[in-house]
Design a protein around this ligand. Structure first.
Ligand SMILES: Nc1ncnc2c1ncn2[C@@H]1O[C@H](COP(=O)(O)OP(=O)(O)O)[C@@H](O)[C@H]1O
Ligand SMILES: [Mg+2]
Length: 144
């Protein structure tokens, strides 16, 4: 699926549309440069799952956990929002325990800077690539 977003709000609503199709156990790999909109996408996704808290890149903590409130997905217990920007490589990510998040079948995982740990993403990971087109426009390609 390909989208063009012209604003932060439009990226959030595209993310909400993807979230509406999501299921517990899903992993979403968010790729794109600094400022592409990975966190904006994550906030729209989280809001669509009934999470009202502000969403920020967990750059220093690596993971932030939220509790969804979603009538459509009563078995969904957690949303994990990861940002592996500061994780040097896949081995470090495994040492941190990222696979515990990936394997949690009662959770959905969003992972920013997923290109850094591409070789350990689980089978079935959905890739979301966000590209700068101009100041307020982004190309968003969802695959997998
Ligand atoms: N169409 C758009 N979609 C998403 N963000 C946009 C868009 N246009 C401008 N922006 C701005 O780009 C920045 C994206 O930041 P952020 O989501 O934190 O990026 P990343 O997490 O990829 O580093 C925000 O300041 C946001 O307001
Ligand atoms: Mg971010």
């Amino acid at each position: 699926m390909r989208f063009v977003s012209h604003s932060e709000e439009e990226t959030q609503s595209i993310a909400a549309g993807i979230a509406a199709e999501s299921s517990p156990g899903d992993v979403y790999a968010l790729k794109g440069d600094l400022g592409a909109g990975k966190t904006v996408f994550s906030s729209g996704f989280a809001r669509a799952l009934g999470i009202d808290e502000p969403i920020r890149s967990p750059t220093f903590t690596i993971v932030q956990e939220y509790v969804p409130r979603c009538d459509r997905l009563p078995d969904l217990k957690r949303l994990y929002h990861l940002d592996v920007y500061r994780v040097p490589d896949s081995d470090s990510a495994l040492a941190f325990g990222v696979d515990d998040f990936f394997d949690d079948e009662s959770a959905i995982t969003l992972i920013e800077w997923a290109e850094r740990v591409a070789d350990i993403l689980p089978r079935g990971t959905v890739t979301v690539e966000i590209r700068h087109l101009d100041e307020n426009s982004r190309g968003i390609v969802v695959s997998g």
